[in-house]
Design a protein around this ligand. Structure first.
Ligand SMILES: [Zn+2]
Length: 434
């Protein structure tokens, strides 16, 4: 179901709306955010130099570092008295990234998430279990209010306590699950360990997955466990921009429709910072054009993807983004070669005997980098015949070498021995600078 008329705007209608909103956002930021005003002054720009979308590439970028330097409220464009909510993204080291919302921001957020939930097949009749961690993280409350807007019932189970999640799924007749792809796998796995068949023993038919990228191989793996009738879409967002609600997949699975009446997307070369032609892979840069509290301008997301502008069969005309294939700052440099964990995941899931659980361990000896890939074997395909295992290990190593261009050590782990995740998966352990 298409919720808003803006989702079907013609290109010229959308550009006119974006240009008007961009100009007024730049004006507000220039007047209210000293550090961004300084950046514009240094580039010899005033708000009048940015009258249309075509002018956007003149503007300076905003980075995660700007948020850190201006902690907590330095990039806010409104007075604290206007705030209605404050969230923060978990900082693995040091201070978190703080984001704020006015009443209007919360309204827009709810509307954007409701659109994306509807795109993924949610309706007012759904009973939705939200297995994202509630708290400072934007994911759970974002989906909560968006789904509520559609008229759906919410089961705010939060993450963790997987056996209790299963009880809610079964006893409450849950029809829609919100989770990270890794937790979606974990729930199905614990269900099977407890004697359930996720395909037939539950009523869940829709999955709205997000907060970490889902490769096609991972989607296939999830469908294997939850069944072919499980309609599994992914959506994209980040706290700095709003939280979930930036973009999401429709039932045609051909990229995530971006809410372009609120966010202007660009793709740039992550090294040179220059805009790339339509359709090319690069780093996603987003400008918020309706946010009041924290309107980030040309925010460098570090997420690598590409944009699609062709028509989608669903009738929406908004620009779509591909699945995020990696982060420019998550890229692993091993013996000078660029490696993305997503590439490794694709290889492993393409091998019948390998399950979806894996870990990467990086070490350095005598100034040389080494990568160990630990992958868990599937119980039904497990063999304890040594030559078979040796042969399988060699097959995994050869396939990895073909794709990555570097040699790795492959360790085949027994079923249920690697770590499981209830939120975002953490698969890389880098011990090179320890
Ligand atoms: Zn579509």
């Amino acid at each position: 179901m298409i919720l808003s008329k803006e989702e079907t705007f013609s290109l010229s209608e959308m550009e006119a709306l974006q240009s008007e909103r961009l100009h007024s956002s730049i004006k507000r930021v220039y007047e209210n955010v000293p550090s961004y005003r300084e950046k514009m002054n240094a580039a010899h720009l005033t708000p009048d130099d940015v009258k249309s979308v075509a002018d956007i590439s003149k503007l300076p970028f905003t980075t995660k570092d700007d948020l850190r330097v201006n902690y907590p409220y330095g990039l806010f464009a409104v007075d604290k008295s206007k705030l209605q909510r404050i969230h923060a993204s978990s900082g693995t080291t040091g201070k978190p990234t703080v984001v704020g919302y006015t009443k209007h921001d919360l309204e827009v957020w709810t509307e954007c998430v409701a659109r994306i939930a509807a795109m993924g097949g949610a309706t007012g009749d759904d009973i939705c279990q939200i297995a994202f961690g509630y708290g400072m993280f934007t994911g759970a409350l974002g989906l909560h209010y968006g789904l509520e807007r559609l008229g759906a019932a919410i089961v705010p189970s939060s993450s963790g306590n997987t056996e209790k999640q299963l009880m809610y799924l079964k006893d409450f007749g849950v029809t829609l699950l919100v989770a990270t792809p890794s937790y979606g796998l974990r729930i199905a796995e614990v269900a099977m360990q407890n004697g359930f068949n996720p395909k037939t023993d539950f009523t869940v038919r829709t999955g709205l997955f997000g907060s970490e990228p889902m490769t096609e191989a991972m989607r296939a793996e999830l469908k294997k466990m939850w069944g072919d009738n499980f309609r599994l879409t992914q959506n994209y967002g980040m706290s700095e921009l709003m939280g979930p609600g930036v973009s999401g997949e429709c039932e045609h699975f051909c990229g995530m429709h971006i809410n372009t009446d609120h966010f202007i997307p660009e793709i740039i070369d992550p090294n040179k910072g220059e805009p790339l032609p339509a359709g090319e892979h690069g780093e996603l840069v987003i400008t918020c054009i309706t946010k009041e509290a924290l309107p980030l301008i040309r925010y460098r997301t570090r997420d690598l993807t590409r944009l699609f502008t062709d028509k989608c069969a669903c009738g929406r005309t908004t620009v779509r983004m591909d699945c995020v294939t990696g982060r420019s700052d998550d890229m692993l440099k091993i013996r000078g070669v660029n490696v993305f964990p997503g590439q490794i995941e694709e290889v492993l899931l393409g091998i019948d005997e390998c399950g979806p659980h894996y870990e990467l361990v990086l070490t350095r000896r005598n100034h040389t980098d080494y990568m160990e890939v630990k992958v868990e074997l599937l119980p039904e395909l497990l063999t304890d015949v040594f030559p078979d295992l040796e042969h399988l290990g060699l097959k995994v190593r050869t396939k990895l070498k073909t794709v990555l261009g570097i040699d790795t050590k492959v360790t085949l782990a027994s079923p249920n021995t690697l770590q499981r995740f209830e939120g975002k998966a953490k698969r890389v352990t880098d011990l090179r600078n320890v």
